[in-house]
Write a protein that binds this ligand. Sequence first.
Ligand code: NAP
Length: 312
Amino acid sequence: MEELYDVIILGGGPAGLTAGLYAGRGGLKTLLLEKGQDGGQIALTAELENYPGQLLEGETGLSLAGRMTEQCRRFGVERAADTIQSVRLDGPVKELTGERGTYRSRAVILATGAAPRPIGCENEARFVGQGISFCATCDGALFRGLEVYVAGGGDSAVEEAVYLTRFARKVTVIHRRDRLRAARSIQERAFANPKVAFLWDSVVVRAEGTDVLEAITLKNVKTGALSTLRADPADGMLGLFGFTGYTPNTGLFAGQLALEEGYISTGEDMSAGLPGVFAAGDVRRKSLRQVVTACADGAVAAVAAERYLQAQ
Ligand code: NAP
């Protein structure tokens, strides 16, 4: 019989890492499962301005996540790197099966987060990594001196557009409406930046190029008119970053948990509808998705899991 954990945390973003910190510190035998690098979406973020107390010069999402990981380790959280392919969440013992094995626990905290939504244009898959990107921190420097376009109008699109001006000659935000969704403070920074331009009422419908992205075709959603933006011949390519929102990573839980628009519905204690099952972070239905709220969810979920286990 393989080891039985008190709690397994699925996902190593801020929600999962905070749940790990609280569960480990609470003396629970805890396993944290993560398929890639820790940090979730903040691992892709260059600057974190709105995490309380974050005033360190040069702090990136990745460096903050690194300290969260270290804190989990100090409190005895065990780790496994695996991609979980199926879960069994009912019954007193939860079972998570991945490529490398099956993991069992009496409680689980699901902190699988969300993944970037595709831009939705023709040829998108062909040009990912060849001009199309979903991570300004990872790929911004590849577009030094070039023209870059950003699809989307929310906090991510506008904040990352400003960040991309460090590298790009010009950054144009392409938004499907005539007003941004982004917070006012973020908008103001973009409007004040002479390298940031806006194309309103437009969506990207096609990407083109021989090997790398050389042109994008936009559609004006009000008039239906199509227009093609081509890379300057001297540049040879252009960049297109997609920040059109996120899709929750809940495919594994469909049929076992109640989902609302794909997100896990939870109670105030992060309970997810089955005994011993909790959810935390961007994967759950909530009004504000921030690092600080992900961390708060993780703490609440771990304490609720501890209480659940004590009552068994
Ligand atoms: P978001 O708020 O869902 O915004 C997505 C944007 O993409 C919207 O402007 C939306 O347009 C547009 N969009 C959606 N589908 C599209 C499509 N098919 N084609 C073209 N455009 C499309 O996503 P987000 O900006 O990534 O933010 C996600 C969450 O993280 C939010 O809660 C946000 O507040 C938070 N966040 C916070 C910060 C911060 O506080 N510094 C930074 C980043 C993210 P419409 O406006 O027309 O719907």
